[in-house]
Design a protein around this ligand. Structure first.
Ligand SMILES: Cc1cc2nc3c(=O)[nH]c(=O)nc-3n(C[C@H](O)[C@H](O)[C@H](O)COP(=O)(O)OP(=O)(O)OC[C@H]3O[C@@H](n4cnc5c(N)ncnc54)[C@H](O)[C@@H]3O)c2cc1C
Length: 435
């Protein structure tokens, strides 16, 4: 179980019998499904909405993630520029930044105790190649910090510089997902937990052999889709320490509750939690043949051990403390790393956020609500609207390609440490993956 759920009193949602006729039926009770209901109700409070959740609200990635409420987008501006104008790309980034504040406003208004703290984010270089890459990625929202300035904020062993952006908050995501569901329930949304729905090819919905009818069906199940080449599940893993005493933070800093990561090619991310632990995550678990979801990958011992080793190499003082939690979950990756919000008049779907879904699900769901309610807004021209990614390759090409990419990302990090130059391997990899 993720650390987050051990810190939350999880209510159950069971509104009674499942009517057969709805205005909107949402399949999936993570952030995507819940924010979709939230934004649709904002547009039209009279809508009769049900959310069908196979397990419990937030049981997927939404209740397990690193708790970064960031303005990150999984595709680079360079790639976006092949099909979006500079003003559309600028609009996307502005919408993402505004969404962080909108989530913060919601937390404040609903008095949600999820530790929302907007301390920004630090990306740290520990060798010259990482620093060169960071310098090349500076933009109007990102400042470069010298080694001294970095140390003032975070005393990571070997740090020679960092970038800082103010556009990131940290939360306990399970607390937010539960409070969001409770707020929807109060607004009249019926949330059915332990209710697995089947969406048929004709987009009708069936639960336990019974057909349900809705004017609009929304699929919001992210990495839980089966037998599809539209996306693959990739596991992200996390660990957390015991609550740490003040003397540790006197040594390592992050007094501003900044989220942070090392500028590696293999993704890493960390936060100081609301109860003063460090929660650290990363990727690297192998892809499973046939895009099968595999709960053993959530507990991949080698990756959890690597995360502990990385954490103590960042902060040697952590060797004195216990790592008390280890967990993981699947993120969904489309072939070109693009998220999507699609609507065809009666059927809608959203997802494909990779590891950036906490803020993105808010924005993509808001955009989907605009499309469904036929409201023209600055969002309806964003790059993910009606986006259809190419399909993933058939096996064994997919298995070979994805697992090679994971190995090559590790090699790229090693190449950079040895050569002190940004990795050519990683550049080639980015092109192949379309990021
Ligand atoms: C370990 C980890 C760390 C991450 N860290 C971050 C981070 O720090 N910041 C960030 O922005 N993003 C992060 N992410 C990504 C982010 O968590 C996800 O992008 C986001 O939560 C996706 O929300 P979702 O609602 O689309 O999917 P999910 O939360 O996975 O929800 C899908 C839901 O659908 C339900 N479901 C599936 N099939 C059915 C069915 N047939 N019928 C009914 N219900 C069904 C599932 O039970 C599940 O609850 C991380 C992800 C992981 C796994």
């Amino acid at each position: 179980m993720s650390l987050w759920w051990t810190l939350v009193d999880r209510p159950t949602f069971s509104p009674g019998s499942l009517d057969q006729q709805w205005d909107v039926l949402i399949v999936g009770g993570g952030f995507s499904g819940l924010w979709s209901a939230h934004h649709l109700l904002n547009a039209d409070p009279s809508l009769k909405i049900a959310i069908l959740e196979a397990s419990h609200v937030g049981s997927g990635a939404s209740g397990r993630n690193g708790g970064w409420v960031s303005a990150l987008y999984p595709r680079s501006d360079e790639t976006l520029a092949t099909h979006s104008s500079p003003s559309e790309i600028a609009q996307l980034h502005e919408c993402l930044r505004n969404s962080i504040d909108a989530i913060g406003d919601f937390v404040k208004k609903e008095k949600i105790d999820c530790g929302f703290s907007k301390g920004g984010s630090l990306l740290i270089a520990r060798h010259k190649a990482q620093l060169a890459r960071l310098v090349s990625e500076i933009d109007a929202q990102t400042h470069l910090l010298s080694a001294e300035e970095t140390k003032d904020r975070i005393n990571m062993h070997g740090a020679i510089g960092a970038t800082y952006t103010p556009h990131c908050a940290r939360i306990n995501p399970a607390q937010l997902v539960v409070a969001l569901a409770q707020s929807l329930e109060q607004r009249g949304v019926a949330i059915f937990e332990n209710t697995k729905a089947q969406i048929h090819a004709d987009k009708s919905v069936e639960v336990g052999g019974e057909k349900l009818h809705a004017t609009i069906v929304i699929r919001a199940i992210e990495a839980y889709r089966e037998r599809t080449r539209e996306l693959i599940p990739i596991y992200s893993l996390m660990i957390a320490t015991e609550p740490l005493p003040q003397e540790v933070f006197d040594e390592i800093g992050i007094a501003g509750r900044e989220t942070f990561a090392e500028a590696n090619h293999v993704v890493s991310y960390a936060q100081r939690t609301p109860d003063n632990r460090l929660a650290i995550g990363g990727r690297g678990a192998p892809y499973t043949w046939g895009s099968k979801r595999n709960s053993a990958s959530e507990r991949h011992k080698k990756i959890h051990a690597q995360l502990r080793a990385m954490s103590t190499s960042w902060f040697p003082i952590l060797k004195k403390y216990e790592f008390t939690h280890a967990w993981g979950g699947a993120v969904a990756i489309t072939r070109d790393s693009s998220p999507y919000a699609r609507f065809n008049g009666s059927y809608a779907e959203l997802g494909g956020y990779i590891g950036d879904g906490v803020t993105l699900s808010f924005l993509v769901a808001q955009t989907l609500a605009d499309l469904i309610t036929n409201s023209e807004s600055e969002r309806t021209r964003l790059p993910f609207v009606q986006w259809q990614s190419p399909q993933w390759e058939i096996e064994p090409l997919r298995w070979l390609g994805v697992n090679s990419a994971i190995v090559l990302s590790n090699l790229a990090d090693r190449e950079e440490r040895m050569s002190s130059r940004p990795s050519l391997l990683a550049k080639g990899l980015g092109r192949i993956m379309g990021t």
